[in-house]
Design a protein around this ligand. Sequence first.
Ligand SMILES: NC(=O)c1ccc[n+]([C@@H]2O[C@H](COP(=O)([O-])OP(=O)(O)OC[C@H]3O[C@@H](n4cnc5c(N)ncnc54)[C@H](OP(=O)(O)O)[C@@H]3O)[C@@H](O)[C@H]2O)c1
Length: 326
Amino acid sequence: MTTFGAQTTTDDILEGRDLRGKVALVTGGASGIGEETARALAARGARVIVPVRDAEKGAAALARLRAAVPEVDIDMMPCDLASLASVRAFAAAVLAKYDRLHLLINNAGVMASPLSRTDDGFEMQLGVCHIAHFLLTKLLTPALIAGAPARIVNLSSRGHQRGGVDFDDPHFLARPYEKWLAYGQAKTANILFSVELEHRLGPQGVHAYAVHPGVISTNLGRHLTVQDREELAANMRARGVTKVDFKTIAQGAATTVFAAVDDSLAGKGGVYLEDCHVASINDDPVNAASGVRSYALDAAAARRLWDATEAWIAAGGPGDAVAAHA
Ligand SMILES: NC(=O)c1ccc[n+]([C@@H]2O[C@H](COP(=O)([O-])OP(=O)(O)OC[C@H]3O[C@@H](n4cnc5c(N)ncnc54)[C@H](OP(=O)(O)O)[C@@H]3O)[C@@H](O)[C@H]2O)c1
């Protein structure tokens, strides 16, 4: 058996695999880790659906993907994850074209943005990283069940260690906004979502995995100021970390691809992966170098988040209080 780790690339994971006949959907597949995930899956013959919110960016990504893999089978379709209406329209367009889906990679994300809200009034990081993907996944579930065995991969982050979901004020309507707490909350939500998805869909052959890809230089850092970068470095020094081991994009997307295809994970979802293996629990507040917080795997919190997210979506926003605080 091959041992995979931090240096493993997407192509290492997929070596010898034939994905012809498989349909994969990769959100955020026109940039960074998502684009590499789309390339790697398409290079093995999968048809890859990529939602994009900016047609020009999508066309540029498609040109890069075609340059890398001339026979690439990519279906780009419009979708803005900051709008529930757009997610609904996109899901309807996908279901009109595809009756089965084998891989859903919920990869798109926003990190440490200044306070902003989605069209529906949700805090942007929770709204894009979690709520939009929750709705998309629910709408596409019939196609995933039809495609079973199927997998859902939710891109989380080590940043989940910054905090759990604040069920009293998840949208920062009353408490002061703190962008890293908001990112931590959104990335914890990605893990809790994977836990509850596994509980609900696992028996139907659809398994869900949460992934920390590593630290990779992408557009994700677009909101970081010089001060943010200095604070991050100081924070790491304080924890005794002297050097960040950046991954290449192909290494960064490897854990996603591992979660999507590796046989050792068959039927074993509801877990958090890093460096191409299932991570151990780490509740040590000082050593945050790796591992998953137990609050992110808590079954009761996962159920509570599921119910809360359904309620927000049904209400079309976080509640009446948003108008007063927006
Ligand atoms: N890079 C890292 O070190 C790292 C570490 C831990 C976790 N992650 C996670 O990995 C995932 C991928 O990040 P990345 O590093 O590849 O960053 P990236 O290059 O910035 O990719 C993020 C993608 O999300 C898309 N997106 C953001 N808001 C959207 C919206 N409203 N509607 C539709 N698409 C939207 C972006 O589209 P636009 O280009 O149109 O904005 C982009 O394609 C994220 O979930 C991130 O949290 C990354």
